[in-house]
Design a protein around this ligand. Structure first.
Ligand code: NAG
Ligand code: NAG
Ligand code: NAG
Ligand code: NAG
Length: 287
């Protein structure tokens, strides 16, 4: 084949070759190596899944809470989200609600322990085949469709990665908050580590106002084949100590692509957060 033709195909191929060569370096990561052999070229079929659980210790029935007169789960029903968007739930009321505004719903079991497991079960039950699953957190209604799109594109452009996610600038006042997860990445934008502690840690013992610390956002996308094995991977030491699921991915030698976005995180964790979201939506004319 002439080297001048079909530039984009050639560069995709180059990426894959590069990925496999780099993969050899982590020969210890048996799982990752087995995976690399099967990497798809294009990953063009994308589905967005919104895991929505009714029971929640902090906020019962959260997905159905009214935000400016609409149930929260409906706010994701946005033209600019992935064309295939499915709500995965264990609850009849949520199903009824989604049906009423025409959303696709898939029932998953009550035993799913987290959103990732729910996505994994949902993808098994969907008839259509997909290459990428975007896990859209149901409790962040103001996540911009551009961010969802961005992490999908990142995973498509990095065939050696099985997982992609987003970070934004960490506010200095959140530096020592263990509920704000920090992330460090390497020069090619792959995750090195996530922590509830401040990373990197300045030797002064204080946060450095000059350093561009990164805050991890909950949104993530996975290669579908990886999603099948993810819930089955045994918990790993760093994952257990930090109580962060995503560390299991890194500790097993898989690669994770991270994109930096400009986003103010506004999650709905308690009933009090609803009012904050509503006033923000009014400000942004999103009603
Ligand atoms: C839907 O997405 C578009 C494109 O980003 C955005 O401008 C619009 O505000 C969104 N609508 C809602 C209700 O979030
Ligand atoms: C960044 O990390 C990825 C995944 O481990 C690796 O393949 C890549 O070579 C690294 N890039 C740099 C510049 O270190
Ligand atoms: C640590 O933070 C201070 C500001 O708080 C900064 O001046 C310094 O360059 C940082 N790095 C080191 C190694 O001290
Ligand atoms: C979901 O949570 C369980 C229990 O905390 C954990 O063992 C499992 O690894 C998690 N699933 C995924 C896919 O991370």
């Amino acid at each position: 084949m002439s080297s001048s033709s079909s530039g984009s195909w050639n560069s995709t191929k180059a990426w894959i070759v590069h990925g496999i060569v780099a993969g050899v370096a982590v020969a210890a990561a048996i799982g990752a190596r087995a995976y690399l052999g099967q990497t798809r070229k294009f990953r063009s079929r994308v589905v967005g899944i919104i895991p929505a659980r009714f029971a929640s210790s902090r906020f019962q029935g959260k997905p159905l809470v009214q935000i400016l007169g609409k149930p929260m789960i409906q706010i994701f029903d946005n033209q600019s989200n992935p064309k295939d968007l499915v709500v995965a739930t264990d609850d009849e009321k949520i199903r009824e609600c989604c049906r009423s505004f025409g959303a696709d719903v898939i029932m998953t079991s009550e035993s799913c322990r987290n959103g990732t497991e729910r996505c994994s079960e949902a993808i098994e039950k969907l008839e259509k085949k997909y290459d990428i699953v975007v896990n859209i957190q149901g409790d962040e209604p103001l996540i911009e469709p551009e961010i969802i799109d961005g992490i999908v594109k990142a995973l498509q452009a990095a065939p050696d990665a099985v997982f992609s996610t987003a970070v934004t600038s960490l506010k200095l006042e959140d530096a020592m908050d263990p509920n704000r997860v920090k992330c460090v990445v390497n020069n090619s934008g792959y995750a090195i580590y996530f922590s509830r502690g401040l990373i990197p840690f300045n030797k002064s013992g204080k946060a450095n106002p000059q350093f561009p610390y990164l805050l991890h956002l909950g949104i993530q996308s996975y290669d579908t084949k990886f999603l099948k094995i993810y819930p089955e991977l045994q918990p790993t030491p760093l994952q257990i100590e930090e109580d962060l699921e995503q560390l299991k991915v890194l500790e097993n030698g898989y690669k994770m692509k991270v994109i930096k976005v400009d986003h103010e995180a506004h999650g709905v964790d308690t009933p009090e957060d609803v009012e904050k979201i509503e006033s923000l939506m009014r400000e942004r004319n999103l009603s």
